[in-house]
Design a protein around this ligand. Structure first.
Ligand SMILES: [Zn+2]
Length: 152
């Protein structure tokens, strides 16, 4: 999933929670920022395979710290705490929860798009519905999500 992640940021933005849109943009891609950092550090592993899926050549075959279900939940909690700590009194607890959920939404949308490479915990029990194998439906879903998110 690429641009589709941002649909959640647009949908979560409201007058009431007063979360800056840029914070939500960071939140929905938070797991990929961690992933990119860990790949650059050589901790998580990525290889490029031509035609790996119809929609992506990136085979991220080892990413237990950024993209397992358990660590995604942990990072969501960290993000909610960070938001609450940095914004202190200005941030309501519900806003912090929304930031946490925005982070977690990344995993849910990746679950739809990724081939079976998302671990439940550590590097085992891999899941993924593999929508990336179907280029046009995947692209249509991303655009529909983005449009829907902006409308909301
Ligand atoms: Zn991701």
């Amino acid at each position: 999933m690429f641009v589709g992640h941002y649909s959640v940021a647009f949908a979560a933005k409201s007058e009431k929670n007063r979360i800056p849109l840029w914070v939500l943009f960071v939140a929905v891609q938070f797991l990929d920022y961690i992933w990119a950092t860990l790949v650059l550090l050589g901790i998580e592993k990525l290889r490029v395979i031509k035609g790996f899926t119809a929609g992506s050549m990136l085979d991220s075959y080892f990413h237990p710290y950024s993209h397992s279900l358990i660590t995604a939940m942990a990072w969501s909690g960290v993000a909610a705490l960070l938001y609450k700590t940095i914004w202190r009194a200005k941030a309501s607890s519900s806003a912090a929860v929304i930031v946490g959920l925005a982070v977690f939404s990344h995993w849910i949308l990746d679950l739809i798009a990724h081939p079976r490479d998302l671990a439940i915990y550590d590097d085992t029990w891999k899941v993924g519905f593999g929508l990336w194998n179907y280029r046009d439906p995947e692209f249509a879903l991303e655009i529909a999500l983005l449009a829907g998110g902006i409308i909301v």
